[in-house]
Design a binder for this molecule. Structure first.
Ligand SMILES: [Zn+2]
Length: 265
């Protein structure tokens, strides 16, 4: 008897060809977390899958589990939104790729996380509809680290415990995961990333506000640069590896692309 099918809301994180006709798809779903499935005949079936099983697409999938474990069977895909701009606008593709790389690093197969799922949809939607892409990435990473259990400490010095205030200089220690006052940073021999009082207030607000109000925060270019530098180092430290897509992100600098050149995935 065939396994019972079920339906999920899913974001496509990766795809690769399998033989002549099939496609292997890694996706992150609200209901079942990260999973890897096979879409049989996906490269031939115009009706069921064409232009749907694409990286970053948000889909409604009909699946079933194989009897002995292994790849999930993907039977049908219906498109909620293709987030097309993320695949056609190179700077936005680079930004979404950083989001995707962090998800692939953080989520284990079968791991479900509703907060991260909703945060990721918020980020992809913002990138697709024209939000300032580096501001959006900064806000995403702060909330993402918090959601996976590594909320940066932004209220007191990690070492001596003095309250964070604009009258003292503070740096972000990616090794400790939070702010350290200038004297403790000097004593430790780890310089950290300098953050202006404005950047510190911004990061504090970004962790407090509800998701739907984050777009109200006003960011300057200097804030984006120093906060993203700190959050990049923190991510590398948390996962103990380079974030490969950051090289592509850096290659676009501050450009907010609008070209429609297709990007190879
Ligand atoms: Zn201190």
């Amino acid at each position: 008897m065939p396994a019972r099918s079920y339906e999920v809301e899913a974001i496509v994180l990766a795809t690769r060809d399998h033989g002549e006709a099939d496609l292997i798809v890694t996706f992150f779903s609200l209901e079942r977390g990260r999973a890897t499935g096979i879409a049989k005949g996906a490269k031939r079936s115009k009706r069921r899958f064409v232009n749907k099983l694409e990286i970053f697409s948000f889909l409604h999938l009909t699946c079933s589990d194989p009897a002995g474990g292994g790849l999930v069977f993907i039977h049908e895909a219906d498109l909620h939104t293709p987030f097309l701009r993320l695949r056609t606008d190179p700077p936005r593709y680079a930004t979404a790729s950083v989001v995707r790389e962090f998800l692939l690093l953080a989520l284990r197969e079968g791991e479900r996380d509703e907060t991260v799922f909703r945060l990721t949809l918020w980020a992809l939607h913002g990138l697709d509809t024209g939000s300032q892409r580096l501001s959006l990435l900064l806000l995403y990473l702060l909330r993402f680290y918090s959601a996976i259990g590594y909320r940066p400490v932004l209220e007191v010095c990690l070492t001596c415990g003095i309250k964070v205030s604009p009258s003292h200089g503070f740096v972000f220690s990616h090794l400790g995961g939070g702010l350290v006052c200038a004297s403790c940073a000097a004593a430790s021999g780890h310089p950290g990333t300098r953050l202006s009082p404005g950047s510190i207030r911004l990061m504090q607000s970004a962790l407090e506000l509800p998701l739907q109000k984050l777009h109200r925060l006003k960011l300057t270019n200097a804030m984006r640069q120093e906060c993203l530098a700190a959050l990049h180092l923190y991510g590398r430290h948390l996962f103990q590896r380079d974030i490969h897509s950051w090289v592509m992100l850096d290659s676009f600098g501050n450009r907010d692309g609008t070209t429609a050149r297709p990007v190879q995935t």
